[in-house]
Design a protein. Structure first.
Length: 432
């Protein structure tokens, strides 16, 4: 009997579930589980961690059955999405993301909007009724694919983007016009020729397998190797690859994308904590290109932000997201870290995982979950790692002390420290 290398999910059904993280990776297992409990998950499929192991051990080749299984799975996604991959009139676009069994945020690679080319972009423009959106998606895809798959330095494309904004006299990508984005697509493709002396791939199947190989390859990139070494993650585990129908947060003002924790990861307080961007794609939230907006009115007031919260901008969607928050905590019995997209006023869930938190937050979350009846008191104790208690012993700033604030940011480690400021890991390592 042939091995099963591909697992489907979508429309309330899934081949796998949350108990299959070793095989499907954390992202794939949780996507399957969210689909099973009826949350709005775009259809897709997962290539297992065993494919990654095979790929690395067999000279970057694939099992003989994989091509046929991927074709079958892709056809199911087409049926569920009502679109066809590579079709000029009604194209299915997909994302290709990594998903190891242990969470490795930001360590491996992602490609969005895959399937776009000079033909399908016209179909996307016609179907969406928004030519600007279509070419914005296309230029994002070329930039991401060229970086992740073709290995071209992202700075080349950032320079071209900055030049386009200067010519238009705007600060934000959102203010570029349709004509600007069409020119950027041409400039990006010319840059690929300049750097590699090859044409940017137009065949969606070539794009797909290029992205799958790049994600498997990113398991062995230096960022991932260092993260695994620091977190005691064996290289033999491998990563899964998730291929999922695209939903778009950048189609207009009734679209958005965001990230959230079901509780505050800094202090453990039972409050919805996160941020979003209107008319944006996922990478915009974490890239620092635009100022994110708060999810709640309370958070907006704390941050003295004039930008409307999701609770104000899209109250119905916010209430739906609150229900998703409740259902995820009831199901997984722990604080969750989620990603979501809103397309044309409809909510889609793209990820859930156990949320990373400070030791202070871990203590409070464990106690609260026990008191709320989600877990037993003994399980609450076992959820605390003894070595993590060291975090609460780090020196901190006296909250009552007078301070002259020169900058603000999000803390990535506990306690207070002093020293020189550097802006990349290599420079920090060089300075010791």
């Amino acid at each position: 009997m042939a091995s099963q290398w591909v697992y489907n999910f979508g429309e309330g059904e899934a081949d796998g579930g949350a108990d299959m993280k070793n095989l499907l990776g954390g992202k794939g297992a949780n996507l399957a589980q969210m689909a099973r409990i009826g949350l709005p998950v775009p259809p897709g499929f997962t290539l297992t961690t065993e494919v990654c192991t095979y790929w690395n051990e067999e000279g970057q080749s694939y099992p003989a059955e994989l091509l046929g299984q991927v074709r079958t799975a892709l056809a199911l996604v087409e049926t569920r999405a009502g679109q066809k991959f590579g079709d000029a009139d009604n194209p299915l676009l997909v994302s290709v993301r990594s998903g190891a069994r242990a969470s490795m945020p930001g360590m491996m690679d992602t490609v969005l909007n895959l399937g776009l080319n000079d033909r399908t972009v016209q179909g996307l423009a016609k179907r969406s009724g928004d030519r600007r959106f279509a070419f914005d998606s296309y230029r994002r895809f070329i930039q991401m694919y060229s970086d992740v798959v073709l290995g071209i330095d992202l700075a080349h494309f950032e320079k071209l983007l900055d030049r386009a904004k200067r010519r238009r006299g705007v600060q934000s990508d959102c203010d570029l016009l349709e004509a600007d984005l069409e020119k950027l697509v041409t400039a990006y493709k010319a840059k690929v020729v300049d750097e590699l002396d090859i044409l940017f791939p137009e065949d969606p199947q070539e794009q797909l397998w290029g992205a799958i190989g790049a994600v498997f390859g990113s398991w062995m990139n230096q960022r991932a190797k260092t993260y695994r070494r620091l977190n005691d993650i064996p290289a033999s585990w491998g990563t899964a690859v998730n291929v999922q129908a695209m939903v778009f947060g950048n189609m207009g003002e009734d679209c958005a994308t965001g990230v959230a924790f079901t509780r505050n990861p800094a202090n453990g307080v039972n409050e919805f904590y996160g941020e979003f961007l209107l008319n944006a794609q996922g990478e915009d939230v974490v890239a620092g290109i635009r100022t994110p907006q708060d999810l709640t009115i309370a958070a907006r007031r704390i941050h003295n932000s004039e930008l409307p919260s999701l609770e104000e901008a899209m109250p119905a969607i916010y209430q739906e997201l609150l229900d998703v928050r409740r259902r995820l905590e009831e199901h997984f019995k722990d604080m969750q870290d989620i990603e979501f997209t809103i397309q044309a006023g409809k909510l889609y869930m793209l990820q859930t995982r156990t949320g990373k938190r400070t030791t202070q937050a871990a203590l409070k979350v464990a106690v609260d979950l026990a008191n709320e009846g989600f877990i037993s008191h003994s399980e609450a104790i076992m959820r605390l790692k003894p070595e993590s208690l060291d975090q609460v012993l780090h020196p901190t700033l006296d909250p009552k002390a007078l301070k002259r604030i020169v900058a603000k940011g999000l803390p990535a480690s506990p306690g207070a420290a002093s020293g020189k400021v550097v802006f990349n890991a290599s420079e920090a390592e060089r300075l010791g």
